[in-house]
Write a protein that binds this ligand. Structure first.
Ligand SMILES: Nc1nc2c(ncn2[C@@H]2O[C@H](COP(=O)(O)OP(=O)(O)OP(=O)(O)O)[C@@H](O)[C@H]2O)c(=O)[nH]1
Length: 529
């Protein structure tokens, strides 16, 4: 069923996937890891040298230098970004009277501000920070500021390469600390600095301040150990790698060729022109222009878009047939329209079986009083199924036959009346008059249009015209088992605004499938391997 269409959709998927693949900017995980390690090692080296020189003094220094760098750095960090929450609470604390603690706090906050935003403006404070330490006598402040800035910059660089800054800022906490493995009291500072690459600078800085304030080597060692633990458990690189695998943007020109191919394929599969356009528009809307980061594959993205595009057109007007029947007042009268030979009578017989299996009793009424042999044909089905049949002589009034059918149902407590009609061309005025009269006399609860899937575009056109002449409630598409194109199945709901309710999938009475748009899409997109 629908094999040609499946194949064509499959080849669009392949082409579109290839086009998307060409646009994938992969984040090489190994590269990311190496770069990460190198940069942080470089930082740790320079930091270690400077820290060796400065940290011993840190506890001894008074508060003088604290105010200046603090205030300046805070001002800077506040400027590029408002994410200085980490700095603020710390500056409120009076304990870290030591220079290192205070400057660390400010520095960490600064780097937090810079690195956490990952926007171009975050780079601005760098030159300022460089100039500040120059004006300050404190070597600590300078070195820290420098280190931290460079640390912030490096992290930013990595974050940019990894893309999706939003996700990463939540994740980038401690990795640098893990790579650096500081060996002395500077560790806590370094950790605070590098940790500032994420938004969690406040927690880190708090650790640093605490360590310094205690001025206790053992405490420092503990702090280091704690920091080491943290860094090894939530490393920046690890998080980035787990989140970011790549990204891609599909531009219009990338999809041009595959979409053109698809358009040709759909039209040659008898998908109606307007429906084809709708599918292509849906695909464009879904696929073009958006930057996507993904953790699965381009194939999944394409498949999802194709699935949605097709589902949108085939699910138009869908309703639950069984529910509607259950809710309707009995007897429910269903009239079947459509042209000759498409399987109307067979579908009536199949539905009789369908209803009986669900506990409803049925009566058939042969409104096809036009064609010779019509009574005999439907009689065979009625006999085979054990269903009551109402007929009139050939040439009688179809509306009168259906009326009798309803009367019989009411008198005998029958649930469903299934009324056949003459299969004349939809352009035949007599037929349309007939349907109008049936409408007036019987007032059917449902009018179902029956056509064969194999008729393709013709079936679609007839559905449109029948619906315009005598409004239908839904369609039955027969001979789907023999149709490889699927164009009618894809198009009828969109063209008429009324759903396909059943597919005829063979000549047997049980060869009737309720039409489920989701199943239909699954069927069209399933892999046959
Ligand atoms: N393969 C297949 N054949 C079907 C299906 N439905 C009906 N047919 C066959 O199509 C032929 C025509 O079916 P009918 O039920 O006689 O068609 P009709 O629309 O009632 O035709 P008229 O009575 O001439 O208006 C028969 O041979 C059916 O067995 C189906 O879903 N699949």
């Amino acid at each position: 069923m629908f094999d040609n269409l499946k194949e064509k959709l499959g080849s669009f998927r392949k082409d579109a996937e290839e086009a998307a693949e060409e646009n994938v900017e992969e984040v090489d995980e190994d590269e990311l890891e190496e770069a990460d390690v190198e940069e942080l090692e470089a930082e740790s080296e320079s930091a270690a040298g400077e820290d060796d020189a400065t940290t011993p003094d840190a506890p001894d220094t008074t508060g003088e230098p604290v105010d200046e760098p603090e205030g300046d750095l805070e001002a800077e960090t506040a400027a590029p970004d408002e994410t200085t929450a980490g700095a603020e609470p710390e500056t409120d604390e009076p304990e870290p009277a030591s220079t290192s603690a205070a400057t660390e706090t400010a520095d960490a906050a600064e780097t937090a501000g810079a690195a956490s935003t990952d926007d171009p403006s975050a780079a601005e404070p760098e030159p300022e920070a460089e100039s500040e330490p120059d004006s300050e006598p404190e070597t600590e402040t300078e070195s820290e500021a420098d280190e931290e800035e460079s640390s912030g910059l490096d992290l930013k660089g990595i974050i940019k390469r990894g893309s999706e800054a939003d996700e990463q800022t939540d994740e980038t906490e401690d990795e640098p600390a893990a790579d650096v493995e500081p060996a002395d009291g500077a560790e806590s500072e370094l950790e605070a600095e590098t940790a500032a690459g994420a938004e969690t600078a406040s927690a880190e800085t708090a650790d640093a301040v605490e360590a310094d304030a205690l001025e206790d080597e053992e405490e420092d060692a503990d702090a280091e150990a704690d920091a080491d633990e943290e860094s090894s458990s939530t490393g920046f690189g690890t998080k980035a790698r787990s989140l970011v695998k790549g990204k891609f943007v599909i531009e219009e020109e990338d999809l041009e060729a595959p979409l053109h191919e698809l358009e040709m394929a759909l039209l040659s599969s008898d998908v109606e022109m307007g429906v084809t356009d709708e599918i292509l528009d849906n695909l464009r809307d879904e696929l073009i222009g958006e930057t996507r980061s993904f953790t699965t594959s381009t194939g999944d993205v394409i498949e999802e878009a194709l699935r949605d595009a097709i589902y949108d057109v085939i699910s138009v007007g869908q309703f639950d047939f069984d529910e509607r029947i259950a809710a309707a007042e009995k007897p429910v009268t269903i009239v079947f329209t459509g042209v000759n030979g498409v399987g109307k009578t067979t579908s009536i017989a199949k539905l009789s079986r369908y209803f009986e299996e669900r506990g409803y009793s049925t009566v058939m009424a042969n409104g096809d009083t036009y064609r010779a042999g019509a009574n005999e044909q439907i009689e065979q089905h009625a006999e085979a199924l054990g269903t009551k049949l109402i007929t009139h002589e050939q040439g009688g009034d179809p509306a009168a036959v259906l009326y009798d059918g309803v009367e019989y149902a009411e008198a005998n407590d029958i649930d469903v009346v299934l009324g056949d009609t003459a299969g004349r061309l939809h352009t035949n005025e007599g037929l349309m008059d007939q349907l109008e009269k049936i409408d007036r006399v019987v007032g059917p609860d449902m009018t179902l249009f029956v056509d064969e899937a194999v008729a393709g575009q013709d079936a679609v056109n007839r559905a449109r015209e029948f619906n315009e002449a005598a409004e239908i409630d839904g369609a039955i598409l027969t001979k789907a088992d023999a149709d490889s194109n699927g164009g009618a199945a894809i198009s009828i709901a969109h063209v008429t605004g009324k759903p396909i309710l059943f597919l005829g999938v063979g000549q047997g009475y049980d060869d009737l499938e309720p039409f489920d748009p989701e199943e239909m899409v699954d069927r069209l997109l399933e892999d046959d391997e």
